[in-house]
Ligand binder design. Sequence first.
Ligand SMILES: *[C@@H]1O[C@H](CO)[C@@H](O)[C@H](O)[C@H]1NC(C)=O
Length: 214
Amino acid sequence: MAQSIFCATFLVFFTLTTLSFTLAFTQQNYTDAFAKSILFFEGQRSGKLPANQRVTWRSDSGLQDGSSANVDLVGGYYDAGDNVKFGLPMAFTTTMLAWSLIEFGTTMKSELWNAQAALRWSTDYLLKAATTTPGILYVQVGEPNSDHRCWERPEDMDTPRMVYTVSPQNPGSDVAAETAAALAAAAIAFRNFDNPYSQKLLQTAIYLHYLLLN
Ligand SMILES: *[C@@H]1O[C@H](CO)[C@@H](O)[C@H](O)[C@H]1NC(C)=O
């Protein structure tokens, strides 16, 4: 008994030691890992997919998003494995992606355009969410409880696409502030590439900022 426990312990120790040596001395291909991490965003796309979509097992979905509130909220990203479009994690992700482009865009080489497309897919949606109805920020599409019980892919989903909003009367400063931060960061990321778009992002960030304060 004691001997087998010793053997098992030794085996675990030996395996972990070997594994850590292997990991430490194996060349990792970060170019490949980076390209795949940007490609991942295309698998999460909601809305009408463009002709240059590289993740081709995905197709158009969520084309009626917003219709329950008589507005157009098509586009943006699905959250994790869900079909819900959650405003807060989407805005946070967008902020991080924008900061990555600001800090490291010049070293991204051929991935720069893909990373910018990933950022723009989100900011196009956040602009819609912030400017469709004055005084209202749309912060979510999809009903989480029914969605989390549903295994359908977005292309086939038939769960309720409820629309959630925040406003000065029904505040949600965390999501509103994060959305303003995402738009402001993206304005910097696009400044030297598409100045009119950058200006629009900045103006909308400022507008959201005032919406929060008033
Ligand atoms: C790393 O991955 C990229 C992209 O897949 C590839 O073009 C490149 O040859 C790889 N580099 C090495 C050293 O394997």
